[in-house]
Design a protein around this ligand. Structure first.
Ligand code: S3P
Length: 446
């Protein structure tokens, strides 16, 4: 991350152009981790090159794989990973540094739980304030020795694995793909069949990627939207070549920018449109956004692989929307930029049950309220609910990313449509998931 103190964004006369976004962050993490578990050579094309993925790549190397960057373009990177296989990983000296990445910390906890290794996972000040009891509990039930700081509430997390682990049948308390994935990774090393039950579907990349690597994963979606995922332990993860689609959560910033700017037309190539990640597209469309979607790689109906599309967005007239806690879970990373869209929509938007946003890279409820209010928006946070009334002309003003990438990018996009200039403090956090974001802003407004 750069130590840049602030950036000033001035209003854009127009937004035009074609672009590609970094490789999907969730898929890039998992591709590197699964390459570590698979004996032999894996190739990962177009992974995101943000700081979070670099943290995961560093840990994969510390645990004994050779990780080579074979091509890079500032936004994406191709990796070649050669692993000795899950039974020959290395005991690391010292803590494994997850940086700012909650996904690295929680998913590696699940991986380490089933290995004959003792390791500590740690990270920056933000990561040290993020909840981990949600993974400590299931991994302990499986038989691993796991401990966190402050009564198992916070990182660092130390894990001493056990092999084999005990299979569990576990209902997650919060909708979290990270918790589900940690359990599924541990389940690979369990002596029997593990089941994870979710009240609300979360992103299913882990399930798809395990299947692509030879592991039979069952995923059953019930009529009420709850999901049951099961797998038998003891399977071997095979090395594969994977191409990572563009990150829908990165594309979200441009979809909102295009929709709320009065003179915009943007085309985004190769965006992942997995049904468990595409809520941002469908919510914006329900608000009136003119998004054209051309599928470039269809969803495989056997639940392997990821569908992609080219998305085109044009200036739109938005109307307010009501989002339920289920909608929040399906667009969890897109709520900050959706709040910006709501400031420009006619009517009152209600977003209910957004409490999980307090536990992200910052307290996003507080951060988004402070930043958008400073720009002149009408936004209220009551408990876990957000209420935004629009359209309000944004004035520009001082905002603070709180060192949170999604807030930095939200406020920068706000600056493109504001009347005056917008100051974004601590903008360097954008490179956690989107290296080159500010360069792209300059190119698309030119
Ligand atoms: C992620 C899951 C989500 C999301 C995060 C990435 C993943 O977190 O916010 O950016 O890759 O599994 P939670 O599982 O904590 O909701």
């Amino acid at each position: 991350m750069t130590a840049e103190e602030a950036r000033t964004i001035t209003p854009a006369a127009r937004l035009r152009g074609e672009l590609r976004v970094p490789g999907d962050k969730s898929i890039s993490h998992r591709a590197l981790m699964l390459a570590l578990l698979a004996e032999g050579e894996s190739h990962i094309t177009a992974a995101g090159d943000g700081a979070d993925i670099r943290s995961t790549a560093g840990i994969v190397a510390r645990l004994g794989a050779t990780v080579e960057r074979v091509r890079e373009d500032g936004r994406t990177v191709d990796y070649r990973v050669i692993s000795p296989g899950v039974d020959h990983l290395r005991q690391p000296d010292g803590a494994l540094d997850c940086g700012n990445s909650g996904t690295s910390l929680r998913l590696f906890s699940g991986i380490l739980a089933g290995l004959p290794i003792s390791a500590t996972l740690d990270g920056d000040a933000s990561l040290r304030s993020r909840p981990v009891a949600r993974i400590v509990e299931p991994l302990r039930l499986m038989g691993a020795t796991v401990a966190g700081r402050d009564g198992d509430a916070l990182p660092p997390v130390s894990v001493t694995g056990r092999s084999p682990l005990r299979p569990i049948d576990y209902r997650t308390a919060v909708p979290s793909a990270q918790v589900k994935s940690a359990i599924l990774f541990a389940a690979l090393r369990a002596d029997g069949r593990t089941t994870v039950r979710e009240a609300v579907a979360t992103r299913d990349h882990t399930e798809r990627m395990l299947r692509a690597r030879g592991i039979a994963v069952e995923r059953i979606v019930e009529a009420d939207g709850s999901v049951t995922i099961s797998l038998d332990g003891g399977g071997r993860v095979l090395p594969v070549d994977e191409r990572v689609p563009g990150d829908a959560s990165g594309a979200a910033f441009w979809l909102v920018a295009g929709a709320i700017h009065p003179d915009a037309a943007l085309r985004i190539f190769d965006v992942g449109v997995n049904p468990t990640r595409r809520a941002i597209i469908d919510i914006l469309r329900a608000m009136g956004a003119k998004i054209d979607e051309r599928i470039t790689s269809p969803a495989a109906d056997d639940g392997v692989g990821e569908p992609t599309a080219t998305l085109t967005i044009r200036s739109s007239r938005l109307t307010a929307i009501d989002l339920s806690p289920v909608d929040v879970a399906s667009a969890i990373d897109e709520i900050p930029i959706l709040c910006l869209a709501a400031t420009q929509a006619t009517g009152t938007t209600h977003i209910r049950g957004a409490g999980e946003l307090r536990h992200k890279e910052s307290d996003r409820l507080a951060g988004i309220q402070a930043g958008l209010s400073a720009l002149g928006a009408d936004i209220r946070v009551d408990g876990d609910d957000i209420t935004i009334t629009g359209p309000t002309p944004l004035t520009g003003g001082p905002t603070d990313s709180l060192d949170d990438h999604r807030l930095a990018m939200t406020f920068a996009i706000a600056g493109l449509v504001a009347g005056g200039s917008t100051r974004v403090a601590r903008p360097g956090s954008a490179s956690i998931s989107y290296p080159g974001f500010f360069t792209e802003i300059e190119r698309l407004r030119a």
